[in-house]
Ligand binder design. Structure first.
Ligand SMILES: Cc1cc2nc3c(=O)[nH]c(=O)nc-3n(C[C@H](O)[C@H](O)[C@H](O)COP(=O)(O)O)c2cc1C
Length: 448
């Protein structure tokens, strides 16, 4: 899946940073900052920004080292106060940015101080036909935060997570959605299970098999019980999914939506990288090889991206291909899992992202692969919560409205539980797909 060389390098880097921190006087992040070579600052429009004026400023020259991709969340605000931060927090963030995001858009923005971190979303990067009311951003933020919470103790810190954006309306502003306060935790020398899992996690789009998936085994209990009061977890074996024809049909039709909707297709193609050069220069998006496409299919996609006028001509053919691929892949999965929220609040969606990430990592620790099936779950949530855009064709609104009933029946959901995240999992039966790139940590930091 992930090259073991990269895994070792990342682990070494994380450990070196923590050791550097320890050799500079222990793990007291509040009193012993380590220079990272780039400045860090609070969110420009966070209330805390104006209260931190007494804190150390980093010399102006180091500010120019910020990656130009770092876009300030709010250009009109007062100067952000650059601060230095501990090697541990840097190591944690280096790992956390390996988290999944829709189309690998990596929309997270960080503002870091010596012992805390605020995280927001870059709305320009997150703009997408499938990101209505920020639902996809909330999921990927939850995944990122869960990564932080899981690896922190393995790097000597405890991460306390505070949700800041109580209302969906608050999400539109350029303020942070989450604050994480770090406190010292005892560093266990041999504890690196989550670090390793996060380094090796990936989305796999090849075919799976049911080998090794026996849901009645206690090792799969984590897929049926959920410790979040806002989220419920359900799972079907591949066998159960296969015998529920309405479920498979619904998933196939919802995957086709992308190819029936010009704006969804445009947004998808925006993030598909058709050459190594494109991947290396952008450091985001999805290399076409990671999509499990054959070369001929990739060439067709490339042509459709370049000449949108061809999309109408080829759309029916592409839809047939997508439906048959989806039927095959979902039909052969070891299982299909569904997370539902018990209340339609941003915090619940964020929490679902956290649970999703933990399940993803746990499944990979069991040697299984995961692929999100987000159109069939996030769009159901969009329609059920009134977030579907007016531009969604009526036929698809009906599909997703009926899809809610299909998912509720198939996964035996209780009234009031609304699906938000679905994925297939199983033993990978084909070659693992290529690793996706990440931007540098500096590019996620707010500052100038
Ligand atoms: C909100 C969200 C929606 C996603 N939807 C899909 C999807 O429908 N199909 C898919 O194959 N991958 C999906 N992904 C996975 C991302 O494409 C993937 O995480 C990203 O390209 C980075 O690749 P990686 O997971 O291998 O690191 C989704 C991820 C997130 C966070």
């Amino acid at each position: 899946m992930f090259s073991s060389r990269r895994k070792t390098l990342l682990l070494q880097r994380a450990r070196t940073l923590v050791e550097a921190q320890a050799s500079c006087g222990g793990v007291d992040t509040a009193s012993t900052p380590i220079s990272l070579g780039f400045p860090l600052s609070p969110f420009p429009d966070s209330p805390r920004a104006s209260n931190d004026k007494g804190m150390d400023r980093v010399v102006k020259s180091s500010i120019s080292k910020i990656n130009p991709q770092a876009l300030p969340l709010n250009n009109q605000s007062a100067d952000p106060l650059p601060l230095e931060v501990s090697g541990q927090i840097k190591a944690i963030l280096e790992l956390a940015i390996r988290s999944p995001s829709g189309d690998n858009c990596q929309p997270w923005r960080f503002s870091v101080t010596k012992s805390s971190l605020e995280i927001g979303i870059d709305h320009a990067l997150a703009q997408h036909t499938f990101n209505n009311r920020h639902h996809a951003s909330l999921i990927s933020l939850g995944m990122l935060v869960e990564s932080i919470a899981l690896v922190s103790p393995e790097l000597g810190l405890y991460a306390q997570v505070q949700w800041l954006a109580a209302e969906f309306i608050n999400l539109d502003r350029k303020s942070p959605w989450v604050r994480i306060t770090f406190a010292n935790a005892s560093l266990a020398a041999n504890q690196s299970a989550w670090i390793t899992a996060i380094q090796s996690r990936s989305t796999q789009r090849g075919e799976f098999s049911a080998t090794g998936v026996v849901l009645s085994h206690p090792k799969f209990n984590f897929m049926k019980q959920c410790d979040s009061p806002l989220v419920s977890a359900s799972v079907l074996s591949g066998e159960q999914a296969r015998s529920t024809a309405t479920l498979i049909e619904f998933i196939c039709k919802s995957e086709q939506y992308v190819f029936s909707n010009p704006s969804a297709l445009r947004d998808l193609f925006h993030w598909v990288r058709f050459s190594k050069h494109e991947t290396q220069t952008s450091q985001d998006g999805m290399p076409w090889r990671s999509l499990g496409l054959r070369r001929t299919e990739a060439l067709l996609f490339k042509a459709l991206k370049r000449f949108p006028v061809l999309q109408n001509v080829f759309s029916p053919m592409v839809k047939i291909v997508i439906a048959s691929q989806t039927r095959r892949k979902v039909g052969r999965a070891g299982g299909i899992a569904l997370l539902s929220v018990k209340t339609a609040t941003p915090e619940a969606v964020f929490e679902a992202g956290r649970v999703a990430m933990r399940q993803w990592l746990q499944l990979e620790q069991l040697g299984l692969a995961v692929q999100p099936i987000s159109a069939a779950s996030i769009c159901v949530f969009d329609v059920a919560s009134g977030a579907a855009p007016a531009s969604m064709p009526a036929a698809y609104k009906t599909l997703y409205r009926n899809g809610l009933g299909t998912l509720m029946d198939a996964f035996c959901l209780n009234a009031g539980e609304t699906p938000i995240w679905m994925y297939r999992f199983g033993q990978l039966a084909t070659k693992p797909t290529q690793e996706t790139p990440r931007r540098t940590l500096a590019s996620f930091l707010i500052g100038r």
